[in-house]
Every structure is written in structure tokens, then in C-alpha cells.
Design a protein around this ligand. Structure first.
Ligand code: ADE
Length: 222
């Protein structure tokens, strides 16, 4: 899959791309991720990307021209253009799975008070929020989306089915997990996990997943 990210702060985005699974996904060619500085799409001496809102009010808005120029240069008939904004649809695992099917994402990172509305009207297919809080800009939010999407691409996670048991993949959150040693500072491991009885382990995990979801995220059971 190919992903182009448009941001005013490419360096914020670059850190997450250079570590671990995202790094390997790029090295293996499973994900091609390019980060573009929107200032490179300006043509004035001061490389201005923002301006005051018509009608007054606090803060600055991102100007439409650099965003239009960048998207029009990068987009193809199969591109999905995503705008990161706190006003967007909440990002979920289902949304990550949907994006992982797309051949090409263009992700626009908002900044300041937001973007000129004509960007939404003419360019954007999906507006996405990563949660009900406001970040200083969309680059961190875009990094979250890219991470959640790229790990779902075929072959990216070492163990082919490890994304299948993720929290949310089944609609529930995962239950507790243990590794060695079997006793640590007086704390043991549930007997069933040491029993070697795969059926009993599966049943125990399903029950734990259900009760943890009921306790912590009853909204998921509705
Ligand atoms: N930009 C600022 N806050 C954001 C959020 N919560 N989600 C997506 N983009 C954002």
C-alpha cells in the first residue's frame, strides 16, 4: 500500500516511521510511506501556509492553495483522501481495516484552528478524529492512523494471525496474558494456562475477554 502524508511538521511524523514494525514494513516494500512538507507547495517568499479567518475570530486557518496543489499532484483515481481533524468520525479498528484495503491513502494533517472549508468540499473523502481531545496538530493523529493501518497489511506482523486476536478485532477487548516465570514476587499464573488443555484455555480466554469488556467497555457490547 502507498501512503502520502501532508503536514507542516514532517519531523513529528518521521520518528514513528523509523522504528520497529513500521520501519520493517517499509523496508520489505509492504508499505511505501512518504511524508511531504506542505510549505514545499507554496510559491511566495515567506512560504505562507496559514491566514486569518474571514469574519474574524481567534487563530489562523490553513490556506487552501498548498493543500490543493499537493493533493492534485499526488492523487490517482484509486486514492482515498483523509483529513485528520477533531471534528472527524472517530477512528476505530473497523476503520483501520477498511483503510488497509485501500491502495493509496493521502492523509492531510490539520493545524491551527483548522483548514479552509473548500479543502473538505472538494478534496476530502474521509474526516477522521483519533479521539475527543484536541492535539496541537494532526501529525501525531496521522501517525496513529498509519500505525494502526500498516500493521494490518498482509505479512507485516510476524505471526500471520496475531492481528486476528487483537482487542477490538472480535468486537471485544483482550483478556489478561501471562508469560514466564510461572511465579513472580508471590504472584502466580492462572492454572488453566499451564494445563496444556487448549480447549479449556480458549474457553477461559473467551470468558475473560467478555468480563473485561463488560467491566471496562460496556459500550462495545451494545
Ligand atoms: N488534530 C487535532 N486533534 C485531533 C484529533 N483528536 N484527531 C485527529 N486530528 C486532530
Amino acid at each position: 500500500m502507498e501512503i502520502d502524508v501532508l503536514t507542516l511538521f514532517p519531523r513529528i511524523f518521521e520518528g514513528p516511521l523509523e522504528e520497529s514494525i513500521l520501519k520493517r514494513a517499509q523496508e520489505s516494500g509492504r508499505a511505501q510511506i512518504r511524508v511531504h512538507n506542505l510549505r514545499d507547495y507554496t510559491h511566495d517568499k515567506h512560504r505562507v501556509v496559514d491566514d486569518r479567518p474571514y469574519g474574524g475570530g481567534p487563530g489562523m486557518l490553513m490556506k487552501p492553495e498548498p493543500i490543493f496543489e499537493a493533493v492534485e499532484k499526488l492523487q490517482r483515481p484509486d486514492s482515498c483522501v483523509v483529513l485528520m481533524t477533531p471534528q472527524g468520525t472517530p477512528f476505530t479498528q473497523a476503520c483501520a481495516q477498511e483503510f488497509a484495503q485501500k491502495p493509496h491513502l493521502i492523509i492531510i494533517c490539520g493545524h491551527y484552528e483548522g483548514v479552509d472549508e473548500r479543502v473538505r468540499e472538494a478534496l476530502v473523502h474521509e474526516e477522521i478524529s483519533i479521539g475527543d481531545y484536541v492535539l496541537t496538530n494532526g501529525a501525531l493523529a496521522a501517525a496513529v492512523v498509519v500505525d494502526a493501518v500498516v500493521r494490518l497489511l498482509p505479512g507485516v506482523l510476524g505471526h500471520e494471525d496475531s492481528a486476528a486476536d487483537d482487542s477490538f478485532a472480535s468486537g471485544l477487548i483482550e483478556g489478561p496474558q501471562y508469560t514466564r516465570p510461572p511465579e513472580f514476587r508471590g504472584m502466580g499464573v492462572p492454572e488453566v494456562l499451564l494445563s496444556g488443555d487448549h480447549g479449556a484455555v480458549a474457553k477461559w480466554r473467551a470468558e475473560q475477554s467478555w468480563s473485561r469488556t463488560k467491566q471496562r467497555r460496556p459500550d462495545l457490547l451494545k
